[in-house]
Design a protein around this ligand. Structure first.
Ligand code: BG6
Length: 482
């Protein structure tokens, strides 16, 4: 797609996201020969740094046992430019720098592709997008100017709409790649394959056979050090409204007419518009408190205001108002400072009808997104031997055991490669974002207006005790909690 090469400009180059995710992903693409020929990478930020000092900042994140020669070759593609985010002169300087680099690569005028990567906080993001659009995009050429942006995409429907409006004056939707890094994860990318390339699942994938779907996200660490950001957003905006909702749309959408970005996103939007706005009654929120082995509570963080009602845990139910899913609860759960780190989807099937084997455990299809990718199906089997007892057993496809020598790419690596190919399927479209906020807005407002106090749970626990009753009410059978 990027004929003739590309210059990748990473704004916010000295920030955490760029160092931990963007540059390591670019490095791995380079190492695996996935970058277009004639690629150059420019880190841009406000602080003054020499190229060398910048490389030193990044190198620690590339991986421990990297070949020094490969690392050096990668850095020979990278330069650093410092400048302001809101000043014409800085952008003119940057443009000159890029142009000189393009000249030195003998790039043709219509193949001087520039990829803008915004690894920036929302406060400066629009200024930079404006600077790019005004000074770095050359109108009337065939060169490509894709822009990658990161969440938060607003914090409510009105703020999201404002952001979309501001951006639409600067970049076209077809050049915009909104990252939800869950869409770059191996198992999330696999959902469509599992659903639509296995004929045995299709007839079961509906409210006739499925009784509930649980989408669970747990982290065994708190918000330490990020309290300032987190307190403004909370777990629902941080993880549910984006990452978990994306997983839900892939699980629940209808079969797209093709595998291209627009076909897939059309189906997601259609599905999201069928999801009823979430209610407060369907939602349980929690906040962690310190434990007796010294782990701090959420409010012990100095950057968190005392008395904060910000949820660090939430459990909520989404109802999809269409023929396929009517009556099936999609239960989302997300929590920080839990007993372990795990992200999974658990599809629970209905009980076996009749009395011959009625009462045995239910089938479940589990997609473990991380850690340790796996798909397993809870399957009833006769206990081998003289017993006639029925045992719930796993049909197990654990990646590490099944696929030898596999390398699972990091989400960011896969997503940046998609952008280089011009593939939008794993990025969030504007109308998708609006549909997503529409589902959550009322509940989020309700939490604030009614000053809902989150239920306390201990750091390192399974979350608020109220959870069991909540799941029971929805008919979820807990066969093996975890
Ligand atoms: C981010 C959230 O989007 O996703 C973080 O802001 C969260 O709070 C992170 O920890 C989880 O991503 P991953 O890839 O570690 O599961």
């Amino acid at each position: 797609h990027m004929h003739g090469g590309v210059t990748v400009i990473v704004f916010g180059a000295s920030g955490d996201l760029a160092k931990k995710k963007t540059f390591p992903a670019l490095y791995r693409l380079f190492k695996n020969a996935r970058l277009p020929v004639s690629t150059k990478i420019i880190g841009y930020a406000r602080s003054h740094l020499e190229d060398q000092a910048f490389h030193e900042k990044v190198v620690g994140y590339l991986g421990k046992d990297e070949d020094p020669k490969t690392v050096q070759d990668f850095f020979s593609l990278c330069s650093y430019v410092s400048g302001k985010y809101d000043e014409d002169d800085s952008f003119i300087n940057l443009d000159n720098f890029i142009t000189a680099s393009e000249d030195s690569r003998n790039m043709q005028d219509n193949q001087r592709n520039r990829l803008f990567y915004m690894a920036l906080p929302p406060s400066v993001f629009l200024d930079v997008a404006r600077g790019c659009s005004k000074h770095l995009v050359k109108k009337d050429t065939a060169s490509l100017y894709p822009i990658i942006i990161e969440k938060p995409f607003g914090k409510s429907l009105p703020t999201c709409n404002q952001l979309l409006k501001d951006m639409s004056g600067l970049f076209q939707e077809s050049d915009t790649y909104r990252i939800d890094h869950y869409l770059g994860k191996e198992m999330v990318k696999n959902i469509m394959t599992v659903r639509f390339a296995n004929v045995l699942l299709s007839p079961l994938w509906n409210n006739q056979h499925i009784s509930s779907v649980q989408i669970t996200f747990k982290e065994n660490f708190g918000t330490e050090g990020r309290g300032g950001y987190f307190d403004e957003f909370g777990i629902i905006r941080d993880v549910m409204q984006n990452h978990l909702l994306q997983v839900l749309s892939l699980l629940a959408m209808e079969r797209p007419i093709g595998r291209d970005g627009e076909a897939i996103r059309d189906e997601k939007v259609k599905l999201l518009r069928c999801v009823k706005p979430i209610t407060l009654e369907d939602t349980l929120v929690g906040q962690y408190v310190g434990n007796n082995s010294g782990k701090p509570g959420y409010q012990d963080d100095d950057t968190v205001p005392k008395g904060s009602r910000c949820p660090t845990f939430a459990l909520t139910t989404l109802w999809i108002d269409n023929e396929r899913w009517d009556g099936v609860p999609f239960i989302m759960k997300a929590g920080k400072a839990m007993e372990r780190s795990k992200v999974e989807v658990r599809v629970q099937f209905k009980k076996v009808p009749g009395s011959l084997f009625g009462g045995v455990s239910r089938n479940e299809l589990v997609l473990r997104i991380q850690p340790n990718e796996a798909i397993y199906l809870k399957f009833n089997n006769k206990r081998p031997g003289l017993s006639s007892e029925t045992l719930l057993t796993d049909l197990d496809l654990t990646y590490q055991e099944r696929y030898e020598n596999m390398r699972i790419p990091e989400a960011y690596e896969s997503l940046i490669l998609d952008v280089l190919k011009g593939d939008h399927s794993n990025f969030v479209r504007d109308d998708e974002l609006q549909a997503a906020w529409t589902i959550f807005d009322g509940m989020l407002n309700g939490l604030e207006e009614q000053e809902v106090v989150p239920k306390p749970y201990t750091y390192g626990s399974r979350g608020p005790a109220e959870e069991s009753a909540f799941l029971q009410r929805l008919g979820v059978v807990r066969q093996n909690p975890g």
